[in-house]
Design a protein around this ligand. Structure first.
Ligand code: UT7
Length: 324
């Protein structure tokens, strides 16, 4: 059967770093408070002339290079973002032009922090039908532009960055021994749309979105519950048990959420990929950044079973289990 394999990956963090101490000079907080509640020590911030497409471009060229393909071989570019450059055209078409991918289709996908798993799930469906063979899936965000830097409850949590995978459809064994995506599932429940949102937007106030609003406690509770349940359901559909997972790559929202999720799943801490301390929550970019860094450091190796899981505004959540 045809499976979607990760042929290459790449990630990018802007060079400017904002530490907890820097934020403590802007609002009434401290490095200790932020670190104890979130595990975050710093975040990267895009320069004034860097847009989401620029971050996406940097991650994409690395992913294309690591896949060893030419950009013209791409059939589709799927960019997950909630901080697009403009209302339209899509940021994906801008990236398409920047990387010189003349033959592909390109569109944006909006599922906030779950965007990358939504993107993988969508790309996987296209690949399995045989419609497309090579797809670039990108998560890229400039949350620094939608943060109210005077709100200490949200400004400590987020950062800018981008990550990308090149997926390729290959003939692979139809059981779990075959390389590629084994199972992928996405969910949403708009009943909770007022728990984490960005106010404003073209249809509400004729402008772009303004600032993040969040009920942190509600987000925390649902993130742990929903990520746990979707990992269990994806494992069941794939015919796997939790002990078969070599690596858990959760959405890097905050350390307490990802540790609580792993504990409920009974996944030991040494199997969790954690990068949140260095870049905070980069929304749809966090999973590919974490995965790419674990591949580059030699933790995740070819043949490993990897579980990606995400949760975000909407609420939206999803999980993808794959053999790398
Ligand atoms: O992709 C999902 C993105 N969202 C998240 O990951 C957020 C999930 N939620 C959380 O991680 C936690 O709810 C937070 C880290 C955001 C907050 O922790 P908490 O233990 O839920 O704190 P809280 O909101 O209940 O606030 C406790 C106290 C409050 O003071 P009072 O009312 O008790 O006097 C807040 O005003 O902490 C205060 N506080 C702060 N103090 C110092 C809130 N933010 C800060 C801050 N520094 N940055």
């Amino acid at each position: 059967m045809i499976k979607s394999t990760i042929k290459g990956s790449g990630s990018y963090l802007p060079s400017k770093v904002l530490t907890n101490d820097d934020i403590a000079k802007m609002v009434d907080t401290s490095d200790q408070w932020i670190f104890e509640r979130t595990g975050i020590t710093q975040r990267h911030i895009a320069s004034n002339d860097q847009l989401t497409s620029d971050l996406a471009y940097e991650a994409s060229i690395k992913a294309i290079e690591s896949a060893g393909i030419d950009a013209n071989e791409l059939d589709l570019i799927l960019l997950a973002t909630s901080t697009p450059d403009q209302v339209f055209p899509s940021t994906a078409v801008k990236v398409q032009h920047m990387i010189g991918a003349k033959e592909s289709a390109a569109f944006d996908l909006h599922a906030v922090c779950s965007g990358f798993v939504y993107g993988l799930t969508t790309a996987n469906a296209f690949i399995k039908t045989g419609e497309y063979k090579k797809i670039l899936v990108i998560g890229a965000e400039t949350y620094s532009r939608i943060i109210d830097w005077s709100d200490r409850s949200t400004c400590i949590l987020f950062g800018d960055g981008a990550g990308a995978f090149v997926l390729e459809g290959i003939h692979s064994s139809d059981d779990i021994s075959g390389t590629g995506i084994l199972e992928s599932s996405i969910k949403s429940d708009g009943k909770y749309s007022d728990k984490l949102y960005c106010n404003g937007g073209p249809s509400s106030n004729s402008k772009g979105g303004q600032y993040i609003q969040m009920n942190g406690r509600e987000v925390y509770k649902h993130a742990v519950e929903k990520q746990t349940s979707i990992v269990n359901s994806v494992l069941l559909s794939a015919g796997l048990t939790v002990d078969k997972i070599d690596w858990l790559v959760p959405h890097q929202a905050n350390l307490r959420i990802l540790e609580a999720t792993a504990k409920r799943l009974d996944i030991p801490s040494e199997k969790i990929i954690i990068t949140v301390e260095k870049h905070a929550n980069t929304s749809s970019a966090s999973i590919p950044i974490a995965m790419d860094s674990a591949i580059n450091s030699g933790k995740i190796k070819r043949g490993d079973i990897v579980m990606l899981v995400s949760f975000g505004s909407g609420f939206t959540w999803g999980a993808t289990v794959l053999r790398y």
